[in-house]
Ligand binder design. Structure first.
Ligand SMILES: *[C@@H]1O[C@H](CO)[C@@H](O)[C@H](O)[C@H]1NC(C)=O
Length: 389
C-alpha cells in the first residue's frame, strides 16, 4: 500500500526536479548556438545587485572587471531582469555598431525608461539618434562654441572661479554644474520669468544620479522618489513654457523655438512629450557630462606636475602674444595655439570612460566571432571601455 509518506516524497521529488529544471533553464537560456560563459545569478534579480557596486568614473566597474578576469572579454549575465551579454571586446563592439539598425537596435532596460521618461527619443533607434545629434549640434556644436559659448564660458570662469580659487579650496564639479545650468537654461528656454527660471534651475539640480551608485541601499528609494519628483516639476515647467510659446507665436532664437518648428514639420517624430523630454535630457546630460569631465581633468592634472607646467607655459605664451591684454580667449587661440591643452583634453576624455555602457538589443539571431546573439530576449550590453586590464 502506498503510504502518505511516499506520496509526499513523490510530490517533493517532482517539485525539486521542476525547480532544478527551472534553475538550469534560467542559467542556460535556450540558444541556437554557443552562448558566452558567465552566470545568470539569482533567478529574477540576476546579478543586478553586483552590477550596482560603486566605482569611480575613471575605472572599470568591479562588476565588469571581476567577470572579465573570470570569463574573458565576453560574458553572459542577467541585469535589470534582462538576459544580457556583456561585450568588452573591441571587435565585437565594432561589429555591433556596424550592424546597428540591421541586426541590433537600442534597447534600454525598464529602469532607464522610468528615470528618463518613456518619451525619451534617445532610447530609440539609430536613425533617430543621428537626427537628434544634428538637432542638438545647433545648441552645443562647434559653430555655437565658436560664436557664443567660448566667450561666455571664458568670462564666467574668470568671474566665478577666480573668487572661489582665492578661498582656498572649492568643489570643481559643483562649481561647473552651476555654471553649465546657468548657461544652458536660458539657451534652451529664453523667455522664462526670473522666478520660473530659478524654480526650473532648482529642480534641475534636484535631478541627480547619486542614487544610481547605491541602488539597493535604504536611502535609495527616498532619493529616487525625490529625483522623480524633481523630474516631474521640470517637465511641468517646460510643458507650460512650450504651451505659452505656442500661443504667443513669438520666435526668440532658443532651443524651445527649434523644437516647436520641428514639431510642426510634416511627419515630425516629435510630439509635445518627446520634445519637452529632449530639452530636459539635454539640460541634464550637458550638466553631468561637463561637470564630471572637468572635475576629473583637474584631478588628473593635479597628479601630473609636468603636465601642469606645460599647460601653464602654453597659456602664458598666448597671453604674452595678445595685443589687447584685456581680451578674452579667442577662437583662433583655442584652435591654433592650444595644441598641448587639446591633447590633455583628449587624453582625459579617453581616460574618463564617460559612457560605461551602451545597451543594444539583437533584432534577430546573429553570429559574431562564433557566438550567437539571439532575439529571444538576449540583450547585448556593449561596453565601450577605453582602458584595458
Ligand atoms: C598662434 O598661432 C598662430 C597661427 O598658427 C601663430 O601665427 C602664432 O604665432 C601663435 N601664437 C603663439 C603664442 O603660439
Amino acid at each position: 500500500m502506498i503510504s502518505m509518506w511516499d506520496v509526499a516524497m513523490f510530490i517533493l521529488a517532482l517539485v525539486v526536479v521542476r525547480i532544478s529544471h527551472w534553475l538550469y533553464r534560467w542559467s542556460n537560456p535556450k540558444c541556437n548556438g554557443k552562448l558566452p560563459p558567465g552566470s545568470m545569478g539569482f533567478p529574477i534579480i540576476g546579478e543586478t545587485v553586483d552590477f550596482f557596486r560603486p566605482s569611480a568614473f575613471n575605472e572599470i566597474s568591479p562588476f565588469i572587471k571581476k567577470r572579465m578576469i573570470r570569463y574573458g572579454p565576453l560574458f553572459r549575465t542577467s541585469i535589470f531582469g534582462s538576459k544580457t551579454v556583456v561585450s568588452t571586446d573591441p571587435d565585437v563592439n565594432f561589429n555591433i555598431f556596424r550592424e546597428e539598425s540591421t541586426s541590433f537596435e537600442a534597447g534600454y532596460p525598464d529602469i532607464f525608461v522610468k528615470v528618463f521618461g518613456k518619451d525619451n527619443l534617445f532610447l530609440q533607434g539609430v536613425n533617430v539618434h543621428k537626427y537628434l545629434k544634428k538637432l542638438t549640434m545647433q545648441l552645443i556644436g562647434p559653430e555655437t562654441l565658436k560664436q557664443t559659448m567660448i566667450g561666455y564660458i571664458d568670462k564666467a570662469i574668470h568671474d566665478h572661479f577666480r573668487l572661489k580659487a582665492s578661498q582656498g579650496s572649492f568643489d570643481v564639479r559643483k562649481g561647473v554644474e552651476d555654471l553649465v545650468v546657468a548657461y544652458m537654461t536660458p539657451k534652451l528656454i529664453s523667455d522664462l520669468k526670473p522666478e520660473t527660471q530659478s524654480k526650473l534651475i532648482d529642480n534641475l539640480h534636484g535631478f541627480t544620479f547619486d542614487w544610481f551608485q547605491s541602488f539597493f541601499s535604504l536611502s535609495t528609494r527616498k532619493a529616487l522618489v525625490k529625483v522623480l519628483k524633481s523630474r516631474g516639476e521640470v517637465i511641468k515647467l517646460m510643458k507650460d513654457a512650450l504651451r505659452k510659446r505656442k500661443e504667443s507665436r513669438e520666435k526668440p532664437g532658443d532651443f524651445l523655438n527649434t523644437m516647436l518648428e520641428e514639431m510642426e514639420k510634416e511627419g515630425s517624430i516629435f510630439d509635445q512629450g518627446s520634445a519637452v523630454n529632449l530639452i530636459f535630457i539635454l539640460s541634464v546630460a550637458t550638466r553631468e557630462g561637463i561637470s564630471i569631465f572637468t572635475a576629473l581633468t583637474v584631478k588628473f592634472i593635479s597628479k601630473n606636475p609636468k603636465v601642469l607646467a606645460e599647460l601653464k607655459r602654453e597659456h602664458k605664451a598666448i597671453l604674452e602674444n595678445r595685443k589687447d591684454k584685456e581680451a578674452g580667449l579667442s577662437w583662433e587661440e583655442y584652435r591654433h595655439n592650444m595644441t598641448f591643452t587639446n591633447m590633455v583634453i583628449n587624453e582625459s576624455l579617453r581616460m574618463l570612460n564617460s559612457t560605461p555602457f551602451l545597451f543594444r538589443k539583437a533584432v534577430h539571431d546573429i553570429e559574431i566571432k562564433g557566438k550567437i546573439y539571439n532575439s529571444g530576449g538576449l540583450d547585448c550590453g556593449g561596453c565601450t571601455f577605453s582602458g584595458s586590464l
